[in-house]
Structures are given as structure tokens and as C-alpha cells.
Design a protein around this ligand. Structure first.
Ligand code: HEC
Ligand code: HEC
Length: 383
């Protein structure tokens, strides 16, 4: 009987944690997103006079979104540049950076799409197509792309053999026998094209910078998130330690790939975000028990935690998770050594061997099983 009771409790907890992770966590991180500037000041405020992003779509484009939806374009086109680990969307040239939830907050119709039969359209407005090209493509894609299976929508156009004002020549160049045809866009066609042209994620956000791709020439305008205060008093450190700190700082500030993304949540100043993300600066979690710190780095942390006497309720996935940008033992050691020696922190380094030891001791634990503060305390007191 007792066992059944335990079993039920266990199932309840499992479901409760999953719920927490998915809903409370998502709400906490994304629930009240607002437009923001591309970069924030040190103190987490929006610089004076900075443009805010995302910007709302022109009204005609919003009407176009409805048409796009009603024509079923979402069956074959997504509008979401995926993270580096989930695909190679940035390398494919589908965007300068992965899409983030904030990109969509001003769109009345969020059309993420279902399948990817055709290219992702989150940045179709940046691909340099003219209105004329987009109209011809909407009218009949095969005029422009041989053998295209993209859906033609000729019913959106008035077709005529005579040129009239506002009409576009839609000859199929590949076929000489076709007599000259001119198409005149309807209101609906114009709305759709305005919508397509408005689709662009050409701005950075504090939580996501542009990603550098290998064959990118103009690397100047691609910036990684900036780390605030560099300490110049690292001069006296032994080189191995200075190297570890420098590498850790890079991991801390880099979004992905190879980055830990820490800066997006804990910010360059390590102060986190009041009420939502706990601080790393002078945190007892960072400065205290190394084993506990490594454990939460590998498996993540969720549920209520107390950091410097303040309560937080959030979710942080482990840095070794396949869905994040998985960090190896050396990288985890470096980033932890960095946060233990930045801002007001200055304590001993963490070695890759120490990370490996904890990883080995927890090898039976599912990678997705995040720690809770309560569980960590229980483990500690039962040692
Ligand atoms: C049956 C699946 C399918 C449907 C439905 C579909 N498309 Fe496509 N689309 C494709 C494919 C495949 C391509 C790539 C070939 C091409 O460029 O024509 C494409 C290409 C495109 C492109 C050019 C993208 C680029 O980067 O070159 C645009 C714009 C586009 N589609 C818009 C639309 C619109 C608007 C609709 C709804 C009216 C739509 N598509 C419906 C499959 C589809
Ligand atoms: C998506 C946002 C996010 C990212 C990215 C993130 N964290 Fe966290 N971090 C959190 C949240 C939220 C908590 C508190 C979790 C809870 O409430 O259970 C936390 C807790 C912590 C803690 C323990 C509490 C504290 O404040 O000392 C440490 C240490 C930490 N994070 C370090 C890091 C490091 C290092 C990285 C990068 C490798 C990182 N975090 C990336 C959101 C994030």
C-alpha cells in the first residue's frame, strides 16, 4: 500500500515538474516580452532614443497574413529560423540568426508553419526580390523557377494579352510559343506581396545576435553579445588560469554554436533579471560547493531556488543538453571558472577532471532530469 502511495506521489511529481518546465518556465521567460533595443545598457536598460524591435507590420501586410493563411501557404512554408543545433538554417542563408519568441510578439497571425516543403520565409523580405518578381512567383512559380511545385495562384490576377497600367509582363521565357501575357494584381495579391516583403528578422536582440557563418564576407556587421567589465587585474594570474578564464568568458557571451548563451539570461554584468533570473555575481551557488555547481551545469536547475536570500522560480536547462548548445567538460570547467572569477567573485578554478567526475557519478541520470534545490539539499544531508 505504502508503495502504491509512493508511486503515485512520484508520478505526480514527475508530471508536476514537466508542467513547471513547460508552462511556468515558458511564461517566466517569454510571457511578458515587449519590444526592446538591439543592445542593452550595462544596467539592463534600453539606451535612450534607441529603435525598438520587433517593429509592427504595416496594416496592409497584416491583411496579407490573413490571405497567406487562407491560401494554405503554411502547409509548405515555415517562418522560423531554427537554432544551429536543430538544423543549419543560418548556413542555408534563411536568416542571419535563429528566430526567438520576441520576433513574433507584434504579429496578429503567427504563422510558424507545419512542414518545410519550400524554403523558410521568415526572412523572405531580405532576399532582394522585387514586387514584380514576387507577383510573378505568386501568379505562377514555374515562370521563374523551372519545375517549381510551389502553389500557383492565378485567380489572384486579371490576365490579359494587352499591356495596361499597373500590369506585369508574365511571359514564360522558357517557352517561346506562349504569347505575351500581362497580369494585373488584385487587392489580395498586393496584400500578400506586401506581407512577404515585410517578413524580415534583420535586427539583433539582447537574447540573440547574428550568427557568423563560414562563407560570410562582411563579418564586420556581425557582432557577438558583448561582455561588460573585463578585469585588467588578471595580469598576475598563471597563464593556464588566465586562459581558462578568457575561454570561459567567450563561452559565457557567445550565443551559439559553441557558446553557453549565459549572457542572454544572466546578462554581461552577471546580475540576472530581478524576479526572473538569479544573479551570478556573489551568488552562493557560484562561490559555494563546486559539486553542486557542476551538477546543475550538467543537468540544469528548476523549481524554486534561493540565491542570496532572494527567491526565484525558473528553469535553466543543463549546458550539456543536446538541445542547447552542448558544452563539453572542458567548456563547462572554463565557463564555471570564469563566473567564479568575474565581477565581485574570486575563488578557485574548476578543472575538466572535476566536471568529468561529477558527470560519471551522475551517468544514470537522464540528461533532461533537472535538479531542484530540494533534491540537492536532500542529497547533501544524506551523504
Ligand atoms: C506544395 C507546397 C507549397 C505551397 C502550398 C506553397 N509553396 Fe511556396 N514554395 C514551395 C517550394 C517547393 C518552393 C521552392 C521552389 C520555388 O522557389 O518556386 C517555394 C518557393 C516559394 C517562394 C520563393 C522563396 C525563395 O526564397 O526563393 C515564395 C515567395 C513562396 N514559395 C511563397 C508561397 C506563397 C505565398 C504560398 C501560398 C500562396 C506558397 N508559397 C505555397 C512550396 C510550396
Ligand atoms: C534561458 C536562460 C538561462 C541561460 C541561458 C542560463 N541560465 Fe543560469 N539560470 C537561469 C535560471 C532561470 C536559473 C534559476 C533556475 C531555478 O529557478 O530553478 C539559473 C540558475 C543558475 C545558477 C544557480 C543560481 C545562481 O544564480 O547562482 C547558475 C550558477 C547559473 N544559472 C549559471 C549559468 C551559466 C554559467 C550559464 C551559461 C553556461 C547559464 N546559467 C545560462 C537561466 C539561465
Amino acid at each position: 500500500m505504502n508503495n502504491i502511495f509512493k508511486f503515485a506521489i512520484y508520478i505526480f511529481l514527475t508530471l508536476a515538474f514537466a508542467w513547471l518546465a513547460f508552462f511556468v518556465g515558458a511564461k517566466n521567460q517569454y510571457g511578458d516580452l515587449e519590444p526592446t533595443s538591439q543592445y542593452l545598457e550595462e544596467n539592463n536598460s534600453i539606451p535612450k532614443g534607441a529603435d525598438l524591435f520587433p517593429q509592427s507590420m504595416p496594416g496592409v501586410a497584416q491583411l496579407g497574413a490573413k490571405e497567406y493563411l487562407s491560401l494554405g501557404c503554411v502547409t509548405c512554408h515555415t517562418q522560423q529560423v531554427r537554432t544551429i543545433d536543430a538544423g543549419f538554417d543560418v548556413e542555408r542563408g534563411w536568416g542571419k540568426r535563429p528566430s526567438v519568441p520576441r520576433d513574433y510578439i507584434l504579429q496578429k497571425e503567427v504563422l510558424l508553419g507545419h512542414n518545410r516543403v519550400g524554403p523558410d520565409l521568415a526572412n523572405i523580405g531580405l532576399r532582394g526580390y522585387t514586387r514584380e518578381w514576387l507577383h510573378k512567383h505568386l501568379f505562377n512559380p514555374q515562370i521563374l523557377v523551372e519545375g517549381s511545385i510551389c502553389q500557383p495562384s492565378p485567380f489572384l490576377y486579371d490576365i490579359s494579352n494587352e499591356r495596361s497600367s499597373g500590369a506585369i509582363n508574365a511571359d514564360n521565357k522558357a517557352d517561346d510559343n506562349v504569347s505575351t501575357i500581362f497580369i494585373k494584381p488584385s487587392l489580395r495579391a498586393n496584400r500578400i506581396v506586401s506581407y512577404l516583403q515585410s517578413l524580415k528578422q534583420d535586427y539583433e536582440l539582447p537574447e540573440m545576435s547574428f550568427i557568423e557563418t563560414q562563407d560570410e564576407d562582411d563579418t564586420e556587421d556581425i557582432k557577438l553579445a558583448e561582455v561588460g567589465t573585463a578585469k585588467d587585474d588578471q595580469v598576475g594570474l598563471p597563464t593556464w588560469l588566465a586562459d581558462q578564464i578568457a575561454s570561459g568568458k567567450e563561452i559565457y557571451s557567445k550565443i551559439t554554436p559553441g557558446g553557453g548563451m549565459c549572457v542572454a539570461c544572466h546578462l554581461p554584468n552577471g546580475l540576472g533579471q530581478p524576479g526572473a533570473i538569479p544573479p551570478l555575481d556573489r551568488s552562493d551557488w557560484v562561490l559555494g560547493d563546486k559539486e553542486r555547481l557542476i551538477k546543475i551545469s550538467i543537468h540544469g536547475l528548476m523549481g524554486e531556488v534561493v540565491v542570496n536570500e532572494e527567491k526565484y522560480l525558473g528553469v535553466m536547462q543543463g549546458f550539456g543538453q543536446p538541445l542547447g548548445s552542448p558544452l563539453n567538460d572542458q567548456q563547462i570547467a572554463d565557463v564555471l571558472t570564469y563566473i567564479r572569477n568575474e565581477w565581485g567573485n574570486s575563488v578557485s578554478a574548476i578543472s575538466p577532471e572535476e566536471v568529468k567526475a561529477v558527470r560519471d557519478s551522475e551517468k544514470d541520470r537522464e540528461l533532461t532530469a533537472m535538479w531542484t534545490e530540494a533534491e540537492l539539499q536532500k542529497e547533501n544531508s544524506s551523504d
